[in-house]
Design a protein around this ligand. Sequence first.
Ligand code: G6P
Length: 621
Amino acid sequence: MCGIVGFTGRRQAAAVLLEGLKKLEYRGYDSAGIAVRNGSELAEVVKATGKLKNLCEKTDNGNALKGTCGIGHTRWATHGEPTKKNAHPHVSGNCVGSGSGPVESNVVGVHNGINENYQELKDKLTRHGYVFYSGTDTEAAIKLIDYYYRKYQLGPVDALTRSMVRIRGSYALEVMFKDYPGEIYVMRKDSPMIIGVADGETYVASDVPAILEHTRSVYYIDNMELARLLPGEVHFFDLNGDEVKKDPVEITFSAESAEKGGYEHFMLKEIHEQPRVLADTLHSAVDPDTCRIDIGPDDGTLRNTEQLLIVACGSAYHAGVAGQYVIEKLAGVPVRVELASEFRYRTVPVTGNILAVVISQSGETADSLAALRKLKKNNIRTLAVVNVVGSSIAREADCVFYTKAGPEIAVATTKAYSTQLLSMYLLAIRLAEVRGIIDGARKAELIAELEALPEKVARLLEEKERLQWFSTKLVSALSIFYMGRGIDYAACLEGSLKMKEISYIHSEAYAAGELKHGTISLIEDGRLVIGVLTQPDLYEKMISNLVEVKSRGAFLMAVTNYGNYSVEDNADFVVYVPKTDPLFYPSLSIVPLQLLAYYTAVNRGEDVDKPRNLAKSVTVE
Ligand code: G6P
């Protein structure tokens, strides 16, 4: 989604804003803009379409704009196409043309989220003489603030609280008022926003990496709260306009962890970080002395749970699908896995003791958050498996298990997905243990396998050149099919998603047993099929499926474990992964699939870290 930044302090704001936006570009890259104020002079607005570098060029990396207070935005278009006119910041005045230059307006602002009743607000404001220049929902919000500010002669805080109750949907909104130089006002509902305060300077951003090089002391602004920012100071208010006291939270991860560190792309770097983040996540959950696993819910809850309900989106959903296989097999607890976007609008009969698990890297995905709220409304106990500390899902769930993936910048997730998978294994083991299904010896065996995973992933990464070589054969592929059975099917879902989201090659994952029910009609000479076959009890069945597609002309790649050499009778290219417990193979088989997607996208010249039309954190529906 969109990214927002803000700064008020002693230094020139424009360069600080652009640096912050660079760290948030993964959130949106259709267009970008900044507004900067020099003392009490009017705000100067500059916008550019396309990637952020266009805005940097246009402003001489910020040097062309004078002033120590400003706001910035990188856009992922929802309402209104990605043009300069629709780019943020937006202004309350009846601006003509593209909206750049000094602005006479009372209010200038940027917005992340969706103003759902913007049409109704626009009609009302038009009746009051406002003229709209853009196709965005944001412009209505900015003009509404101005309307209350002027009509009732309200101060900024009261104008904002009035607007907050009128705007439906979600927002992280950041504005400057002409009459209040050096001040920034922000308000929030269901869209992430953090505020950092350092010596004499104050920062706002949608996400921590944007301000990490300046301060580690961060305030989380809650839903339906607003804040007034001055240099080195922040004051929070509730919807009544009463001041709210808050304590800052200390961020522990390093600024370097959000840098590329010598890799060509964040995605490649993050793929390589998997051994470390797997070890970090494991060690955060398992006590080294007692081997006790702490994954969040207490033992009583785990013992009494009759059904697990996993809810998530995208790759997190795929981790949930893998979790379903592992938990049912190991702990004997029935598991339902639901797409959050579907679940939130369905009538779901919920009976018995259910533990719901909401998986989310960002902790801000709008559908997952809505699903969590629905679950809570139904009095279902909730566990959040989240990467971003202090995010909405983490704060609202009954308990939270933090994956230790660190900041993930590439839009296509790799390391966060791997830690989500690991969390599913840990949950399964803990459930099986407290329910008396596995004994101490089996548990120790499973933990030892998990301990060995990071090194096995590292070994797989050493073979990346083979995948790089093989990827050259995919450059002009039109379609790729992934197939597997059991938990291998879950790995296929994720492998296929990686391929399509960054290389733009159509790909599809299917359960190999479904082949005969339709998909086999698409297999023709040269069609690339990737089979994943790591499950001993399903190996022969999978071989039959490979033979079926091979005999219809498929060009076949296989991912299997060492020892299964008979696969070479059919496959044109084989990647062997080290042996592990059959339940944990997705953590290994996903690595070559990630690398294949990465190198294919690179070979096709695509923007790997920022694929078109996608955003890392989907904070709107
Ligand atoms: C977006 C990202 C995916 C991610 C999904 C869910 O689509 O591009 O990588 O899996 O959102 O995000 P979450 O933050 O909830 O895991």
